[in-house]
Ligand binder design. Structure first.
Ligand SMILES: [Zn+2]
Length: 107
């Protein structure tokens, strides 16, 4: 079984990796990103639970700041229980929303 991957952007000039977005490289300003796959698994840096989230979101609304490979960080909506800092999650992308699944099997 292949490990799931997440597609990020790699700057063609300075090689910084970042979440795909419109506009130039956030590090050097170059405009030649290349799609770059990284493992979807990451480490939770911080997580929080909103009991009165914005309209359109159900409570409790859980968010996690996740560090992926290549120092790519993403703010993701948590599916499952609130993870603790240092815990592992799997990040997927659904349109413009990143999702963090907390049921990651231990290796
Ligand atoms: Zn760059």
């Amino acid at each position: 079984m292949t490990r799931p991957e997440l597609l990020v952007s790699r700057c063609g000039s300075c090689t910084v990796r970042y979440l795909p977005r419109a506009g130039p490289c956030p590090h050097c300003g170059a405009s030649n990103p290349v799609p770059y796959p990284i493992p979807s698994e990451g480490v939770v840096l911080a997580a929080t639970e909103l009991l009165s989230p914005s309209q359109g979101w159900t409570a409790p609304h859980r968010l996690a700041l996740v560090e992926l490979a290549e120092s790519v960080r993403v703010l993701a909506v948590v599916r499952g229980p609130l993870p603790e800092a240092g815990g592992r999650v799997a990040v997927t992308r659904d349109g413009e929303i990143y999702l963090a699944e907390t049921d990651v099997p231990t290796r």
